[in-house]
Design a binder for this molecule. Sequence first.
Ligand code: DAH
Length: 335
Amino acid sequence: MLKDDFKNLLKQVQADIKSNMTKDDWLALEKKYLGRKGELNKLMDSLKTLAVEEKREVGKLANAVKLELENFFHKQKSIFNPVDENKTFDLTLPGEKYNIGHLHPITQIQEELEEIFASMGFIVEDGPEVESEYYNFDALNIPAHHPARDMQDTFFTAEGNVLRTHTSSVQVRAMEKYGTPLRCIVPGKVFRNEATDASHDHTFYQLEGLMIDKNISITNLIAVMKELLRGIFKQEVTVRLRPGFFPFVEPGFELDIKCLICRGNGCSVCKQSGWLELLPCGLIHPNVLRAGGIDPAEWSGFAFGLGLTRLVMMRYGIEDIRLLFGNDLRFLKQF
Ligand code: DAH
C-alpha cells in the first residue's frame, strides 16, 4: 500500500546511512530521496491514482514524511556548513575592531591615590551620598545656624537629609566604626547648590583623609601630604601652609604647592602668584573627636580634603569642569 511505502521511506533513508559520510555523500543521499526525480516525488506521483478520500489521508502522511526528511537533511548539512554558504569568509581580512572603554580620568586619579595611601597604611572607606544633617554638619562642629553652613548650600530631601556637601561627612562615621588608631581615606561624590560655570558644578569629587593616633602633629600632616603630592606629580613638590578656617579643624590650613608649570615664577595657571591652592587641612577639632567617641586628651589627628576634580583639572590643564562631566568621547578618549 502506498501509505506503507511512505512510511518505509524513512526506514530506507536510515538504512542508506553509512558511517563517515562526507558532505557530498549527504548531498547525494538527499538528492536520491528529495530530488526532483527522487524517491519521495515518485511516491507523490502515485497519489494521483487514489480516490479522493484516500488521497486526503495519505497526502497528509506524505507531507509529514516530506517535512521530516527535509529537516533531517537540513540538520546533517548544517553540521558541514555552520556558516551561511553565500557569505565568503576571508581569513586574511583584518578583524573588526572593538572599542574598549577606559576609566574616567577622575577614577584613574582616585585609584592612583588609593594606592599611594594604601602604601602608607590607610584604609579606603565609603559613605552615603544622601547623608544626615548630623554627619554632614553637626558632628563636624557646624551647628545649625552657624554661618559656615552658608558656604555649603546643598539639596535637602523631603525627610530632612542632605546630599552630602563634602566627604568630611564620613569622618565621624569612620571614627565610630573603627575607633583608634585610625588611618583612612574617603574618595567620593559630593554636591552643592551651585550655579554651573567653568570651575563650579553641582556635583564633583573629593578625597577626604584622616589619621588619628597618639601625638599626631602638623609635622605628620605635612609629611603625608608631601608623600601624596610626590606620588601624584612624580616629582618633589614645595608646599606652604597658610591659615584657613574650617570648623572641624583647629588649627586649620590651606596647603599650597609651588606652581609646577612655572616653578614659582608666575604664570596664567597660578594667576602669577607662583602658588596653587590645593589642599585644605588641619588638626582635627576636639569636638569632632568627641563626636566620634574619641578622647581628645589621649588622641590627636589630622584631616584633609582633596578636591579630586580640581586635581584632575590641574594635572591635565583642563580649563572647564563641564568637559569632565559631559560624557563627550572626543574629550574622554584623550586620557
Ligand atoms: N570639607 C571641606 C570642604 O569641602 C574641605 C576640608 C577642609 C576637609 C579641611 C578637611 C579639612 O578634612 O581638614 O570644603
